[in-house]
Design a protein around this ligand. Structure first.
Ligand SMILES: Nc1nc2c(ncn2[C@@H]2O[C@H](COP(=O)(O)OP(=O)(O)OP(=O)(O)O)[C@@H](O)[C@H]2O)c(=O)[nH]1
Length: 323
């Protein structure tokens, strides 16, 4: 149980605090207490404990004088400070229709009764608390939905095997970065990289081992780029790397770094040590200032085929005379 004083109400909900203040003023009582599950919002701990015990879970409860009540007269808040005498409460219903708690009025002076008008007024206050609970649960539902949406969105953008951007996402990134770089007057370069002789690996070791190889290659490629650059799976064993703001020369260096990173050490796969290599094609808006993003991919693709033709494990950059 948690009881909070008004002074230490920093953690208390501002809306509920306002309802309590309203209750005190409307009824001229020493405190208006809100009990919600394990939380008690009261001026002091003794008052909070008293309200928790005195409030019935269903229907209204009115105790004109707690000192004359057999059980409640022994309560600490009655026999000692703050010497409560009067008590009235109404249940609060939660957004799910179940009992959520209660709103209580306490005072140090006994009262003869609690008429219909007073009950209606207290019911209005209880309705305000219920509305607050409904709003809270709505925002909890919204937060939950947002989280699920985010997860769904992530899943729709990321390749489930490699954890890189999938084809749709990397193409969107390319379109956005291409526009941004054109506006900023900086170059955009890209690399298309493809694993060499991958079919042979699949045929020799099986598809699951092929998958493992792809994961390892993706991780080596990722280690070569910076945060503002993007790595996506463009096809089966083909990757597209988008380098916003990078010059043609820088893109060539990155591609060469990637090639070297994959070829550097053989990978232990299926009981064998496999030498993996990639071939890569590089294209830059610096060389093709009027090319669209798709044109740049075609240029890089062309360069990639030249690299494959020339024996693989190499980087070729696209130039206007390359065909
Ligand atoms: N294990 C695995 N294999 C894949 C995946 N996607 C594509 N492949 C395989 O990748 C292989 C690509 O074969 P090819 O296009 O001939 O390319 P390659 O054997 O690497 O030859 P080069 O690119 O010319 O060096 C095919 O056997 C595809 O089935 C995947 O997600 N997992």
């Amino acid at each position: 149980m948690q009881a909070a004083s008004d002074d230490a109400a920093a953690g208390e909900d501002a809306h509920l605090l306002r309802i309590r203040r309203l209750g005190r003023q409307l009824f001229g009582v020493s405190d208006c207490v809100i009990v919600l599950g394990g939380d008690v919002m009261a001026a002091d701990a003794a008052t909070g404990a008293f309200c928790r015990r005195a409030a019935p879970s269903g229907g209204a409860g009115v105790i004109p004088d707690a000192l004359r009540h057999e059980a409640l007269a022994r309560e600490a808040a009655v026999s000692g400070a703050p010497h409560l005498r009067f008590f009235a409460s109404l249940p609060v219903t939660g957004p799910d229709g179940g009992h959520a708690g209660s709103i209580c009025l306490v005072d140090q002076a006994p009262r003869a009764g609690f008429g219909d008008d007073a009950r209606r007024l207290l019911a209005d206050l209880a309705a305000l608390v219920e509305r607050e609970l409904a709003l809270r649960s709505m925002s909890a539902v919204q937060l939950d939905l947002q989280k699920k949406n985010k997860n769904l969105r992530r899943r729709s953008l990321v390749d489930p095997l490699l954890g890189t951007w999938n084809r749709g996402a990397i193409m969107r990134i390319l379109a956005i970065e291409s526009e941004r770089c054109a506006k900023a007057g900086v170059p955009l370069s890209l690399i298309v990289a493809d694993l060499d002789y991958f079919k042979k690996i699949n045929d020799t070791y099986g598809h699951p081992v092929g998958d493992t190889v792809l994961v390892k290659v993706a991780s080596r490629l990722r280690s070569c780029i910076r945060a503002q650059e993007a790595l996506g799976r463009y096809g089966g064993e083909e990757f597209l790397i988008v380098l916003p703001g990078s010059s043609h020369a820088t893109a060539l260096q990155v591609a060469e770094r990637m090639r070297a990173a994959v070829a550097a050490q053989p990978e232990a796969v299926g009981g064998d040590l496999l030498r993996l290599t990639i071939s890569a094609g590089v294209a830059s808006s610096e060389i093709f200032p009027d090319a669209s993003a798709e044109d740049l991919i075609s240029r890089a693709d062309m360069a990639l085929y030249v690299a494959k033709d020339a024996g693989r494990n190499r980087v070729v950059h696209a130039t206007p005379d390359l065909s």
